[in-house]
Design a protein around this ligand. Structure first.
Ligand code: NCD
Length: 332
């Protein structure tokens, strides 16, 4: 069965089971994880940039004894000869045992999964979902906080387009008594389709005032970047990236101003000062300006531990999916 959305995780036991497997794999010495997936091949298919998701899937499969092939959906494929994406996926699924697919359009991975004869994992679909990132985020929260219930969690940034936040919120809704603070400009608020009736939300338009209000009580601060590529053309994004020295905050700033907010979403020293001393700070990465590198040495910074957990969780996920076809149910 495909894994396209965290909505396919319908109870806590499923997560507990996956986390138990992840803990076990983590307990082995690196390089001694057994060749459990020997002979299996994973295809990574993508049309968007990816560092952590691509590498951690690749390393996870290799550490389990399997093999990996990468297909970048660019002009080096037969798409440039007029082949459809559907036929491309039909083809890939003839060669491999499982596919991890990332696509820049929302719902495109779900659509393509209909043409695959092997399981497809959604590795991020546009501004939709990123379910495997949510697994590693939840796993990191459980490790850092010791639980996934009764937590005060603040999720800040571009909540309209942050697919990692969309997927994570569903997992958090499976546990009781979580209070979620959503912090975003008005024009980047969380779409209703990712809200759950089981969870209490408080909305804040600015990070400064949100932290002043709730910072002392937070267990987790989850930062996200502005998803420039969802609002701007590729050329405009490259222009901003190339001009890093000049006002890199240009569009972020104008979007904030447009939404009536005067402050940026930056974890600067004043914000860090007002934050609970035991709060764990997460970010799916890549970061832009929202977490200055100076914060990395703060004991609350857990985003590189989060990166490493991504490898363990994907090892466990590949194992579960390749040995139990019913591990995930169809989307309800
Ligand atoms: C995220 C993604 O691609 O959605 N990164 C990741 O997979 N670790 C977050 C982002 O791009 O902002």
């Amino acid at each position: 069965m495909h894994f396209l959305s965290t909505k396919q995780i319908v109870n806590r036991e499923q997560l507990t089971d996956l986390f138990r497997e992840t803990d076990l794999l983590k307990s082995y010495k690196l390089g001694q994880e057994q060749n459990r997936l020997s002979g299996k091949v994973l295809a990574i298919v993508k049309d968007e940039g990816s560092t952590r998701t691509r590498m951690s899937f690749e390393v996870a499969m290799k550490r389990m004894g399997g093999n990996v092939t990468l297909l970048d959906l660019d002009k080096t494929t037969s798409l440039s000869k007029g082949e459809t994406l559907e036929d491309t996926i039909r083809t890939v699924s003839q060669y491999v045992d499982i596919i991890a697919m990332r696509h820049s359009q929302k719902d495109m991975v779900q659509h393509c999964s209909n043409f695959s004869s092997v399981p497809v994992i959604n590795a991020g679909d546009g501004h939709g979902e990123h379910p495997t990132q949510a697994l590693l985020d939840a796993y990191t929260i459980r490790n850092e906080c010791g639980r996934l219930s009764g937590l005060n969690i603040m999720i800040a940034g571009d909540l309209k387009c942050s697919r990692t936040a969309h997927s994570l919120l569903h997992l958090l809704s499976l546990y009781p008594d979580n209070l979620i603070h959503l912090v975003s400009p008005k024009d980047m608020m969380l779409p209703d389709e990712y809200k759950s009736s089981n969870i209490n939300y408080i909305y804040h338009p600015e990070l400064d005032s949100a932290i002043a209000h709730a910072g002392q009580h937070l267990d987790v601060l989850y930062m996200t970047r502005l998803q420039r590529e969802r609002y701007l053309s590729e050329e405009e994004v490259m222009k901003y990236l190339n001009e890093r020295k000049t006002p890199f905050l240009g569009d972020w700033e104008s979007l904030h101003k447009k939404s009536g907010s005067s402050s940026y979403y930056i974890l600067n020293s004043e914000v860090a000062e007002k934050l609970n001393k035991t709060c764990c700070v997460l970010h799916p990465l890549p970061r832009n300006e929202e977490i200055p590198v100076e914060f990395d040495k703060d004991p609350r910074a857990a985003y590189f531990k989060q990166v490493k957990n991504g490898m363990w969780i994907r090892m466990a996920l590949l194992w579960k999916m390749l040995t139990n076809n019913d591990f995930f149910q169809k989307l309800p």
